[in-house]
Design a protein around this ligand. Structure first.
Ligand SMILES: Cc1cc2nc3c(=O)[nH]c(=O)nc-3n(C[C@H](O)[C@H](O)[C@H](O)COP(=O)(O)OP(=O)(O)OC[C@H]3O[C@@H](n4cnc5c(N)ncnc54)[C@H](O)[C@@H]3O)c2cc1C
Ligand SMILES: Cc1cc2nc3c(=O)[nH]c(=O)nc-3n(C[C@H](O)[C@H](O)[C@H](O)COP(=O)(O)O)c2cc1C
Ligand code: SF4
Length: 651
């Protein structure tokens, strides 16, 4: 496909942007004590410019260092002393032909911040913020305006005023969060006064400067911004002279995180999910360039949205974390070489943990200066055992470094657990990532031996210089009566080939991520499904709230039954017999009773275990060996990819 629209220039105000690809503003969770840009953050942005991104929007920078700042640290633009650091960033980005805008914001009462538009109790953060006084808001308008002036002085090509996500400006424009009676509230115009004063204040002094507005066109709040109000906001703000609108959706500060429009949409939500919001705004503001957001990861889909005039530019966040060269690869028609983002939200989760941004598919995020590979001085025979993500990544990098690599896989396909993990239709982004691995392996010099189970004898026979053991983990099957009955199998085997399993009813034992995804997959294949979970809730160990909530949505939409605090007792002729309730603390079936569940298929998704005996026996055959990925410690794709890369660099 040609990407004529995607790579056509566009003017935002007086600023010409070379193409329609925008790096969505994203905090990278790295700070410096003096609130300047850390060197590695500048390098991170520069890499996205090298990759051909037309416009880079900086992450959130704060316009005040004390008032309405929220609890977390941020890069600053609140003082003149910060300007040189911003200039350094701008110059690095400009060297590669990209434009760069500064995003200015304040958290307000989001994330438990102590000051906001109104004193509304936040259930999420158990905080009742203080209402900012009128004088404080006047002062903050001035701070935003001066911050934009500093941005101009630093050399930025424009400013994005952050009015989304229930941050200070987002909350000021929300009828649900702004209950003020002064000039900054009380009516639509009153609520809009704060952002419009900011924008007018900037443009009064620099009428030719490019200023845009990012906001949430949908808040999941009773009485909050909905799409109708969002249209009105757009039409109103356009009159201030903004050069573009950047359309996002919101998470809120007062209720739980349950908007149907996730602002960072995880894999369980379809791609391009916020495009309808951008499209609605485009209809009412046809003359204003509209930037769309939200799970835009595939160049063909971005081109289609632009060609259909649903938006004018595409803000790409996570896909540009996963592959900073997304734009150049698309432009040169090499889309199959783009490392796909699997929308696992591990990156976003780092903001909550307060640890630096990282990525499941790209081990070089914030380590861009390290990514150049050195060619090996000594070419070695490298035997990689297991073609999961750890083995595939290790083989690819070791081969690029000039080693002679043979990748062994006992199954008939590569991917390891990425293969069953990509089977449900809602895991399509993992399927794309697996296709990427396959295609990279095909192009490489790696010798791939499928259907070859590696034994200690085979290692001895091949006598490699280096052995990399990445054989993954295997599913634990409960030791109960009847496990050999037909229809009883591991969730992994069922995901691998569901055509082997027939019937009407299915029971999934284990309500973790694998169990829940398997339950949805079975439901998608016509089964009436029940999940049996030993703990008090399903997905208890899922750390990433957004992922957990969206997977729970999929379970609910499919009307899957859930039985909690119950344990598999045995497999019977009719199905599964469980003990409920099962007392996990006592480890006993105290007070529990047996309950039969009719089932034609019983999927076991309780846990995984490493085969340490095999790992040990393989490792004994070679002097230089490495044990990586799930066979060392079951984890996720991120840990497997990282370990594969590290070992391959060190051989
Ligand atoms: C259903 C499911 C869904 C998942 N979804 C996600 C997700 O969305 N995001 C995420 O981050 N993680 C996910 N995970 C976890 C993730 O897939 C694993 O953490 C990751 O695949 C581990 O990689 P690995 O290379 O260490 O091992 P594996 O992927 O397990 O690969 C090991 C490979 O070694 C092969 N092998 C084993 N023994 C031998 C032998 N003797 N000789 C030759 N080959 C051998 C196996 O056949 C296998 O192909 C999921 C896991 C499952 C089970
Ligand atoms: C790690 C991370 C940090 C983010 N930080 C910001 C931010 O500083 N300002 C902002 O407006 N949006 C921020 N966002 C939201 C993104 O700009 C974007 O709207 C969202 O990720 C959806 O785009 P995507 O699906 O392409 O990732 C962040 C998102 C992520 C993943
Ligand atoms: S961590 Fe996951 S969601 Fe974030 S960019 Fe990487 S692959 Fe995408």
């Amino acid at each position: 496909m040609r990407f004529d629209k995607l790579f056509s220039p566009i003017k935002l105000g007086k600023t010409e942007i070379p193409n329609r690809v925008v790096l969505a503003p994203m905090g990278v969770s790295v700070y410096s004590p003096d609130d300047t840009w850390p060197k590695r953050t500048i390098r991170y942005f520069e890499e996205r410019a090298i990759g051909g991104t037309g416009l880079i929007i900086s992450s959130f920078t704060r316009v005040h260092n004390k008032l309405a700042t929220g609890p977390s640290p941020m890069i600053g633009i609140y003082d003149d002393r910060l300007i040189p650091s911003h200039t350094e960033l701008v110059e690095k980005v400009h060297q590669h032909g990209s434009k760069i805008f500064l995003q200015i914001a304040l958290h307000g009462c989001k994330f438990g911040g102590l000051e906001g538009p109104s004193s509304i109790y936040s259930l999420n953060y158990a905080v009742r913020p203080r209402e900012l006084t009128t004088e404080e808001l006047d002062h903050l308008v001035d701070c935003f305006v001066k911050a934009a002036f500093r941005g101009k002085e630093a050399g930025y090509d424009g400013i994005e005023v952050h009015g989304g996500y229930s941050y200070l400006i987002g909350a000021m424009i929300s009828p649900a969060l702004n209950k003020r009676a002064d000039k900054y509230g009380g009516s639509f115009e009153g609520r809009m006064k704060f952002p419009t004063d900011i924008i007018k204040g900037i443009l009064d002094k620099y009428p030719d400067f490019t200023v845009g507005f990012k906001y949430s066109a949908y808040e999941w709040l009773e009485g909050g911004v909905d799409i109708e109000l969002a249209k009105k906001i757009a039409q109103y703000i356009v009159k201030t002279g903004v050069s573009f609108l950047d359309i996002a959706s919101s998470s809120s500060t007062t209720t739980l995180y349950t908007s149907k429009y996730s602002h960072v949409p995880p894999i369980y939500v379809p791609r391009n999910t916020l495009m309808p919001l951008a499209e609605e705004i485009k209809k009412v503001c046809p003359q204003t360039p509209i930037i769309a957001n939200g799970a835009i990861t595939v160049p063909e889909e971005a081109e289609e949205a632009l060609a259909k005039n649903r938006c004018d530019m595409v803000a790409i966040g996570r896909a540009l974390i996963a592959d900073p060269h997304w734009a150049n690869k698309a432009r040169s028609q090499k889309t199959e070489t783009i490392t796909p983002c699997i929308r696992c939200n591990v990156c976003h989760h780092q903001l909550w943990l307060g640890t630096p941004l990282c990525c499941s598919m790209n081990p070089y995020v914030l380590k861009e200066s390290r990514q150049k590979l050195s060619f090996t001085a000594v070419k070695k025979n490298v035997m990689v055992v297991g073609a999961g993500p750890a083995g595939m990544r290790c083989a690819l990098t070791a081969s690029k470094r000039g080693h002679k690599v043979t990748l062994y896989e006992k199954r008939g396909h590569v991917g390891g657990m990425m293969y069953p993990g990509s089977r449900p239709s809602f895991k399509n982004d993992v399927a794309r990532a697996l296709q990427w691995f396959e295609s990279e392996i095909k192009k490489s010099n790696i010798v791939l031996r499928l259907n070859t189970e590696v034994t200690p004898d085979l290692v001895e026979k091949e006598a490699p210089d280096v052995l990399v053991i990445c054989i993954g983990a295997y599913p634990i099957m409960p030791d109960v009566e009847g496990m050999d009955k037909p229809g009883v199998d591991s969730a992994i085997n069922i995901l691998e080939d569901i055509s082997k399993y027939r019937g009407k009813k299915a029971v999934v034992i284990g309500g973790g991520e694998v169990g829940c995804e398997t339950a949805c997959y079975l439901a998608d294949h016509g089964f009436e499904v029940t999940i049996v979970e030993i703990l008090q809730e399903i997905l208890k160990e899922s750390e990433i709230t957004e992922m957990k909530l969206r997977l729970s949505d999929l379970i609910r939409e499919r009307k899957i039954s859930i039985i909690l605090e119950s344990k598999l007792n045995k497999i019977t002729e009719e199905g599964a017999e469980i003990i409920m309730p099962y007392d996990t603390q006592m480890g006993l079936s105290q007070g529990g009773r047996e309950q039969g569940l009719d089932a034609d298929v019983i999927a076991i998704a309780v846990n995984q275990k490493t085969d340490s005996a095999l790992v040990d026996s393989l490792s004994m055959k070679v002097e230089e060996f490495y044990i990586i990925g799930d066979c060392k410690k079951p984890a996720r794709i991120k840990e497997a990819v990282e370990a594969g890369e590290e070992v391959a660099r060190s051989i």
